[in-house]
Design a protein around this ligand. Structure first.
Ligand SMILES: [Zn+2]
Length: 652
């Protein structure tokens, strides 16, 4: 096999700053159990079906022909139809990695070539915007209607997908087309005399999130001008002296001020999707360059989100903004933000090996993410919420009928999960990180995980080692220890280590999951009624406006008072119709917040009786001789159906 010179150069240059571990390749992991069934359904519906490869694909490609993004007078001139081809093909590239399906790879290459041959201009421009030089609308205005332009944002996804298709299939024409796109952008910015931070939407934030795909392209095609643009983006967001730009993310990450206080108009600018996409790029930039400040800022940003923005569904943000989500009782998280919270954690985990990032991935996946995927895997939620009748199923967006920002990201999260399940550490140890049923191959080791974790506390790892070595098992933050074959073992830095000889081993494992109460940090009373629906100064305006958006039956279900959350292992516990909780008990429950109730859970027979519910328990609450009993289930199961007659709540 001929290794391209560019690859050799990349390996030589960047070996010093590599990750501390190598995750199991997606194709070496088969996710099983209930999450695995949903992953498979989603793959069937969104990748392998004739509908996906026909009408759905065609609609994404068609955006390059209609130029509706900047040519549709009915909708204004700032569409983002340009993101869908790239996001769709990122999901296909991931499907090739996960399934290793040669026929699928050939189909993708054929489609990509058609796009390139039909729509890429000789100078490399490849976008849904007819006017190539429309890179910004009115950067002086903070009014979103005047301000937004997604030309570079859309190109970012197209270029990234071409790089990932090259990696998944080896097709050089895809990589070459990505390089030509980048060459065009670099020369265009020079020609126009504009810098990238002055383009796009949200004060350059949307355009600058191109940092991640630039890094990935540069690894495959190390042209100095690509790295110069990456360097510029990092510098432009780390202005330390003099007048600071409104978006100064790397610098602000080190500040004690919460994210919500970084911007003049946080209701407009504190955008969760773009900021997380940006910092994923900052982490990748560290991997490329060894820039320690970049890594420190990504870690500091993560710290802000973990302290200020973790919402009760275990994602981050409040209606796609960082407005202090930890203090909000009407939890609303965009599915794209779940995807990118998991991606940010994954980058930091690979670079540092720290298990706190795995804890976040695990909780976000089992709760916010799975709840947002429709039960047949074909579509998803735009907004996943803490309570109500249903999540907000992704509505039509910028004139598309079969694409929406959130479902178009969904499969990537499943692959990210598969690629986090296990790894081989730099010191050669095999590491298991997530315990859902799965089959895994690592160099020198095959693993089988069985036992229906985390609904079950007991599960089994069967390990077949080709040689003597060490097997490390992650112990989540909520567990005191892990019981291995009857012996409790205390973790060090979030892991226990087992020596293994060559041959086959079976370990019976227990992670005890007593229920734990998470008292709310929200104010005792949230004033929703005095804000107007379009109040752009107060976060409550979002609750008022969006709680019943497309879901009119939700009117009146806004919470005004704080309540506690109950967790069992990584699962958020919830009340709901499917758990057997009455509607009155679900919404009008007398809160246990900060009141010190004792809680216990006993497995319920309803799990077997109700196929829609994964985990079901009878909860008992006791305090001062008072005792309450209530049927509960895992939050995913009770909340994922798109039915206005349903009800659920994670608040107690
Ligand atoms: Zn979205």
């Amino acid at each position: 096999m001929k290794i391209p010179f560019a690859t050799i150069l990349a390996v030589m240059t960047f070996a010093a700053f590599g990750d501390v571990l190598t995750p199991a390749a997606a194709g070496d992991v088969k996710v099983l159990g209930r999450p695995g069934e949903l992953l498979q359904s989603s793959l069937n519906a969104r990748v392998f079906s004739a509908y996906a490869q026909g009408a759905v694909y065609d609609e994404a490609e068609n955006a390059f022909a209609t130029h509706s993004d900047d040519s549709d007078p009915d909708r204004g001139y700032c569409g983002w139809q340009g993101e869908y081809w790239g996001k769709t093909m990122l999901c296909y590239a991931g499907a090739i990695r996960y399934t290793r399906d040669a026929k699928l790879a050939a189909w993708c290459v054929k489609k990509a070539h058609r796009l390139i041959d039909t729509y890429q201009q000789p100078d490399g421009y490849l976008s849904t915007y007819a006017n190539r030089d429309l890179l910004r609308m009115n950067p002086e205005s903070l009014d979103s209607a005047q301000h937004c332009c997604f030309n570079i944002w859309g190109q970012k996804y197209t270029m990234w997908a071409l790089v990932e298709l090259y990696r998944a299939t080896g097709d050089g024409k895809c990589l070459e087309a990505a390089g030509k796109m980048m060459d065009h952008l670099v020369s265009q910015l020079r020609r126009l005399g504009v810098t990238i931070d002055k383009t796009g939407t949200w004060e350059g934030m949307s355009s600058m999130s191109i940092l991640r795909p630039i890094v990935e392209l540069y690894i495959e095609m190390p042209k100095p001008e690509y790295k110069e643009l990456a360097d510029y983006i990092v510098r432009a967001t780390d202005v330390r002296e003099g007048a600071k730009p409104e978006v100064n993310l790397i610098y602000d990450a080190f500040s004690d001020r919460p994210v919500v206080a970084w911007f003049r108009k946080p209701m407009f600018l504190a955008k969760a999707y773009e900021m997380q996409s940006f910092f994923e790029g900052v982490a990748a930039y560290h991997r490329l360059t060894g820039d320690e400040r970049a890594l420190a800022s990504a870690e500091a940003f993560w710290g802000h989100l973990h302290r200020e923005e973790l919402n009760p569904m275990r994602s981050v943000g409040y209606f796609d903004h960082f407005l202090g989500a930890k203090r909000r009782v009407n939890g609303m998280t965009e599915l794209c933000d779940v995807t990118h919270w998991i991606r940010l954690n994954r980058e930091l985990w690979k670079i540092t090996g720290e298990t706190k990032y795995l804890d976040c991935i695990e909780e976000s996946f089992y709760n916010a993410f799975l709840a947002g995927v429709s039960p047949d895997g074909s579509w998803g939620a735009h907004i996943v919420r803490s309570h109500g009748t249903r999540h907000l199923s992704a509505p039509q967006q910028v004139g598309m009928k079969m694409h929406q920002c959130c479902p178009d990201n969904m499969l990537r999260t499943f692959y990210d999960w598969a690629e986090t399940v296990a790894d081989i550490s730099k010191d050669g140890a095999w590491e298991v990180n997530l315990y859902s049923d799965a089959d895994i191959s690592l160099p020198g080791m095959r693993l089988e995980l069985r036992g229906d974790y985390p609904v079950s506390e007991t599960f089994r790892v069967r390990a077949v080692a080709e040689k003597k070595g060490r097997l490390r098992l992650r112990v989540p933050y909520w567990a005191q220890n892990m019981v291995v074959d009857g012996t409790a073992m205390k973790p060090t830095a979030g892991r226990i280590e087992l020596p293994v000889e060559a041959g086959e081993h079976t370990f019976d494992l227990v992670l005890k999951m007593p229920p734990r109460v998470v008292d709310s940090e929200a104010p005792e009373f949230e004033d929703i009624d005095t804000v107007t629906e379009l109040d752009t100064a107060k976060p409550e305006g979002y609750t008022k406006r969006f709680m019943s958006w497309y879901t009119p039956e939700m009117k009146g279900l806004e919470r005004r008072t704080a309540a506690a959350e109950i967790m069992r292992g990584p699962l958020v516990v919830a009340k709901g119709r499917l758990a057997g909780t009455s509607r009155v008990e679900t919404f009008d429950f007398k809160t246990i917040n900060k009141k010190g109730w004792k809680i216990s859970l006993a497995p319920s027979a309803r799990t077997a009786a109700n196929a829609a519910v994964w985990g079901a328990w009878d909860m008992t609450l006791e305090k001062d001789g008072e005792r309450r009993r209530i049927p509960v289930a895992d939050y995913w199961s009770v909340s994922c159906i798109d039915d206005p007659e349903n009800w659920f709540s994670l608040w107690f």
